[in-house]
Write a protein that binds this ligand. Structure first.
Ligand code: HEM
Length: 459
């Protein structure tokens, strides 16, 4: 295929004699890896170096020349040099006239320099055609060749012909290049590699915020309360009891937060009577991070399950169980089996287990390798129908766990409700709104709108 491509689309149509020659300035990791890939793809590669004689470890088959010689010999030059060293290009300006310079550089932090590196390069050699590109790849990714996760490279530049040349090389190296527009987009491209899990940031903040809030809330109303009002030190409970409250509470709230934006969006469409208007930005952003919210929520649910599993082996639990038995023997008393309590504990546990089972299914189907194997209908069935069912089961689990205690005034330490009551507010609201949306008359309207019907359009 390589052969046929080079016949149908010559790499440098306007420079037939320089065909397939490319030059790399910079002999660091990035330059060497790029040189190797270029050689493997069939290019003749020349490295430009300050000291051509003392360059070691360059890929076999590459030529090493002085900067000026290399610049003269090739039409396409990759600049794999840090921005601070760009001045060496100024004396070469004459040789670089009309050449395509690919700026691969990245910065260590955002807004490190007033202008993007690629724009700075263009200002140093105004007569060259600067194209920004390949900077989102690491030397490692270049050496290993394109894989699913890093097939995409971005380029931008002011001259279409120059971008075409770079695009052709990217394709030949096995990458799929996306044209992001003019050189003024280079700042954005330079910021890409600096982003750390951008879609996880908001869900992470929510998780940390909720965890901190509920931790201190429960610390005060349970542990501090016992210490101040009864003089009892039950601080050891922070480790398991408190953790096993905070984790499920945060999990349930975050699960509800996954489904709230969808419900809000439906109501917004109903209210506007059309699907053809953009959602507000905050709603868009919220919808985009639902997967991350859900996966974090699943993590908290897993912790809750683990903490629950260890309850029987806790010293505190075993001590009091034995103590109760011994007291009973001493007093020669009997304990009656209360069927309603058995029903209560079995049913809330069972709902927890069913909810958790579906929760895991939701998590698995949101992984790209699984969701890519599903049709859109199947994916939305799992994520929406089963998702709301999961929320329902987990909410029932928590309501049942609360049981009759919802009515008991003695639980409102310092007038504050227990954590599980607080955490039920949001899921209950989401489920109620969802219930409204699935009633036949509302559902009919929503379906019409989703099919393209608009309010006022058919009169
Ligand atoms: C509470 C078991 C799954 C949410 C509890 C408690 C147990 C339990 C034993 C009482 C803990 C205590 O007394 O401190 C289970 C089991 C599950 C499961 C065995 C599945 C294998 C879930 C899931 C959620 C959830 C998936 C949803 C996020 C809650 C909540 C509480 C709770 C909010 C109340 C926490 C509190 O304030 O004490 N669960 N659970 N559970 N569970 Fe689950």
């Amino acid at each position: 295929t390589h052969k046929s491509r080079s016949i149908t689309t010559p790499l440098f149509p306007e420079f037939p004699s320089l065909k397939e020659k490319v030059c790399v300035f910079g002999t660091g990791d990035m330059g060497r890896s790029l040189g190797l890939r270029l050689l493997q793809a069939g290019y003749s590669v020349m490295f430009g170096s300050r000291r051509p004689q003392s360059c070691n470890f360059l890929p076999n088959g590459a030529q090493v020349l002085s900067h000026a010689e290399a610049a003269q010999a090739a039409h396409l030059i990759f600049i794999a040099v840090q921005r601070e060293h760009y001045d060496f290009l100024v004396p070469l300006a004459y040789h670089l006239k009309g050449k395509v310079l690919v700026d691969l550089s990245n910065n260590l932090k955002k807004n490190q320099y007033p202008e993007a590196n690629a724009e700075y390069l263009q200002s140093l050699v105004p007569e060259a055609e600067v194209v920004k590109g390949f900077n989102t790849l690491s030397a490692w990714a270049l050496q290993n060749g394109p894989s699913d996760a890093n097939r995409q490279v971005y380029i931008c530049g002011d001259r279409a012909e120059a971008k075409q040349v770079v695009l052709a090389v990217a394709t030949k190296l096995g990458f799929s290049a996306l044209d992001r527009g003019s050189l003024s987009a280079s700042r954005e491209l330079e910021d890409f590699p600096l982003q750390l899990f951008p879609l996880w940031r908001l869900p992470m903040r929510i998780a940390v915020g909720l965890t901190a809030f509920f931790f201190f809330y429960l610390l005060i109303r349970e542990i501090l309360y016992a210490y101040i009002t009864q003089g009892k030190d039950i601080s050891f409970r922070i480790m398991v009891s408190l953790a096993n409250r905070v984790c499920p509470i945060v999990s349930l709230i975050m699960l509800a937060l996954c489904y709230l934006p969808g419900v809000l969006a439906s109501f917004l469409q109903l209210y506007r009577g059309t699907k053809y208007r953009r959602f507000p930005d905050w709603l868009d952003r919220w919808m985009l991070c639902r997967k991350q919210l859900g996966l974090l929520a699943l993590g908290f649910a897993c912790l809750h399950v683990l903490y629950t599993l260890i309850i029987p082996i806790r010293y505190y639990v075993r001590f009091w169980a034995t103590e109760r038995t011994v007291t009973q023997i001493r007093q020669n008393g009997t304990n009656e089996f209360i069927t309603s309590r058995a029903w209560h504990s079995d049913s809330y546990l069972s709902f927890g287990i069913l909810g958790f089972g579906l929760y895991v299914l939701l998590g698995i189907t949101s992984l790209p390798s699984v969701s890519n194997a599903l049709s859109w209908r199947e994916f939305s069935f799992v994520q929406s129908k089963l998702g709301h069912l999961t929320l329902l089961l987990c909410t029932i689990h928590t309501y049942l766990y609360g049981g009759k205690r919802f009515l008991s005034a003695s639980l409102y330490n310092w007038y504050t409700p227990p954590g599980y009551m607080l955490c039920l507010v949001l899921p209950s609201v989401v489920l109620l709104l969802k219930l409204l949306l699935v009633t036949p008359c509302v559902d009919r309207n929503i379906t019409r709108i989703r099919q393209g019907w608009e309010k006022g359009a058919d009169q």
